[in-house]
Design a protein around this ligand. Sequence first.
Ligand code: SF4
Ligand code: SF4
Length: 437
Amino acid sequence: MGLLSFKGGIHPPHAKKSSEKKAVEVAVKPDVVTIPLRQHIGAPCEPLVQKGDQVKVGQKIGEPGGFVSAPVHASVSGTVKEVKDMFGMGLCVVIESDGLDEVHESVKPSKDFTELDSKEILNIIKEAGIVGMGGAGFPTHVKLSPPPEKKIDTIILNGAECEPYLTADHRLMLEDPEEIVYGLRAMMKSLDVKEAYIGIEDNKPDAIETMKNVCSKYEGIHVVGLHTKYPQGAEKQLIYACTKREVPSGGLPMDAGVVVNNVATSAAVSTAIKTGMPSIERICTITGKGVKEPKNLKIKVGTSLQSIIDQCGGFADSVGKIILGGPMMGMAISDTEMPSTKTTSGILIFSEEEAKLPEAGPCIKCGKCVSICPAFLEPLYISAYSQKENFEMTEKYHALDCIECGSCSFICPSKRPLLHSIRVAKQQVQKMKRKAK
Ligand code: SF4
Ligand code: SF4
């Protein structure tokens, strides 16, 4: 199969060189972890512990607040010091580690997935609190429970890692390919699906080869090389590239018969089945010119970002901006005492030089934002109407179909803040819709 792709998209500099060859290192054990009870899309968890309680590694400390939710677990053993609102992240459980890493009795390996039925696999994934580790944080058990009228026949694993700078998934595919494929096969059994694709951008030829070697043993799993183009890893674009199926406007992957998961999510499924250990750690890329020694680190959920940055030699001379996730879709933060979560795929530390924002000029109607928009929108008009607060018109221009990839802002020669104004429009349109209901 040749290289696959989608319509539209951009080619930002990859900026992956400083960390792509760095093998994953296990981070130093944290003395304290701060574990948010909401690390996912959906309802926050209710705390199951209180100040003074002793907890062990893998112990459930947050009960899901609804079906679209996911439990959270202790990532260290020790004493609960506080349960309170912190960092604007809602309720968090602060645990002081006793350094013993005592594992909770509930953490037990299960039978091989081939001996489990669909419901048992789904239940392990649900109880392990596994969520989309590419950054979205959507609970995985919900994705694997489509309504009966939606027939799923394909699973796609996202190994594109199309955001510049990030290399955590790349390293995972090189260092733990068997775990990714085991998790995928378990999810295929859970959904009774016979076809799967693992999509990887062609700037990672070693990962494509490694995954192909592992998958050659299994029928129905295809490793496909994708053109390196942003946002290749966005769900709709990935589905189109792998299957040529289109997700309808306002629809979900299941409307195209597909479930999409990240490769790290799949590896977490494998860990949960083979060891019983829930989602309490992940690989994270720490990079950018503002950090002395870029690395890929395996970090415990709840570790403070500052202590992770310190393990990378600390800040370089000038720091302009810190972003959680990738530079295109990530979130700028100002407090490095914030904890890492299940979705912390990257910590980007930009130097002042890298972070400099050019001044926005007037729209020159060049049409570039239209020609590259992977969702086939007209960003210039949505943005213009949003700035005039005419949100009815932004809806007419399908603002809600924007996948917030940021490609339009990147390509705009006038450096207009298109994504920002489109995000505002989306929020306002959603508000109008809720009111109308
Ligand atoms: S309008 Fe939305 S989907 Fe289109 S390029 Fe801009 S951010 Fe991406
Ligand atoms: S890319 Fe920028 S300048 Fe060109 S049409 Fe779009 S908003 Fe206007």
